[in-house]
Design a protein around this ligand. Structure first.
Ligand SMILES: [Fe+2]
Length: 325
């Protein structure tokens, strides 16, 4: 951390407290974006120009896409083809991880989001290469890059780059009423950021599915509710949302094992892990641009991802945010 960052560190922490409540979410995001742009303007321009001018070539070199290009519309796309590259390896490895680590609460009583448990460890990047192979495959990166109009990075702070999550009502200290991420919200980490969510087991309403509203409806609701304004908190009740959005617009990610959701969580209202009376197992891969809208890099050590010399340029760029020509 340089001298200025050391000075800014306590301020950044204060600005992040209670979901950016001091200045309000929108104001804090603007400030954070300006700060991150001052650092990464050049990286951002380079990634955008490569996407505009050389993306087809980068995809080809990374391994030509196997299927028709997935297109995110209105902030989301679901791929239920079960045919994405490396997906079968991911699902096999997931079974091993579930057998080894699930069913045991890891947090103390009263811990934040105890119902949502990430069992991924940094060592898994090497032990289970299928996950990064999937996350950097051309079939997955093409729709994410199209949406960002840039070459994305696998997030190194917030949102998390890779999480392997068990949601379980048995670990919930307040199972009777939805709270925290079980309530509607729009993520404020980076504009836009895209999650690729993979169902690692069949998921039904009893598993507390990821639940969302499409982007256009979400944005209309956000305006009506003055969401991200100073007076309004990060989480929004069902009552408030459904005062402005018809319940029939809600989409629940209830699909068979191996189904993949691409979603702009920074544009679509969403919640999840609500009353997971049957444990839900989901892989969450977080992509963003290089100029995020939070100060997470000032207050968290960044994650690093393994890179081999033989990796394609595209894969290297996704796994190394600091890369520059
Ligand atoms: Fe979220």
């Amino acid at each position: 951390m340089n001298g200025i960052d050391t000075v800014l560190h306590p301020l950044a922490k204060r600005l992040h407290t209670n979901h950016m409540s001091l200045l309000g979410i929108a104001n804090t995001m603007r400030l954070a974006h300006a700060y991150n742009r001052s650092k990464y303007r050049q990286h951002d321009a380079w990634r955008r120009s490569l996407y505009r001018e050389r993306f087809a070539e980068l995809l080809e070199e990374n391994g030509p896409p196997a299927a028709r290009r997935i297109e995110m519309k209105d902030g989301w796309a679901i791929d239920a083809s079960m045919s994405l590259p490396h997906l079968d390896r991911v699902l096999d490895d997931a079974e091993e991880i579930i057998a080894e680590r699930s069913g045991v609460r890891r947090s103390a009583r009263g811990a934040y989001r105890s119902y949502f448990q990430d069992v991924w460890t940094p060592a898994d990047l090497q032990r289970y290469p299928s996950f990064l192979d999937f996350a950097t495959s051309s079939d997955v990166l093409a729709p994410v890059s199209d949406y960002l109009c840039s070459i994305p990075t696998l997030s190194t702070t917030l949102p998390s780059g890779i999480r392997f999550v068990e949601s379980n009502a048995a670990y919930d200290d307040r199972p009777d009423s939805p709270h925290d991420s079980q309530l509607y919200h729009i993520d404020h980490y980076s504009l836009p950021n895209v999650y690729v969510l993979v169902l690692l087991r069949d998921t039904t309403i009893e598993h507390g599915p990821w639940t969302f509203l499409p982007r256009a409806i979400s944005q209309k609701a956000a305006t009506a509710l003055n969401y991200w304004g100073r007076q309004r908190g990060y989480r929004v009740s069902d009552e408030d949302i459904h005062a402005v959005v018809d319940r029939k617009e809600v989409i629940e990610f209830c699909y068979p094992r191996g189904t993949v959701l691409f979603i702009e969580s920074s544009g679509c209202f969403h919640y999840g892990s609500r009353n997971s009376v049957k444990p839900r197992f989901q892989l969450m891969i977080g992509y963003c641009g290089v100029c995020r809208t939070n100060f997470s890099e000032l207050i968290m050590p960044p994650k690093t991802y393994p890179i081999r010399q033989s990796d394609s340029r595209l894969r290297k760029m996704v796994l190394n945010k600091g890369m520059l020509e």
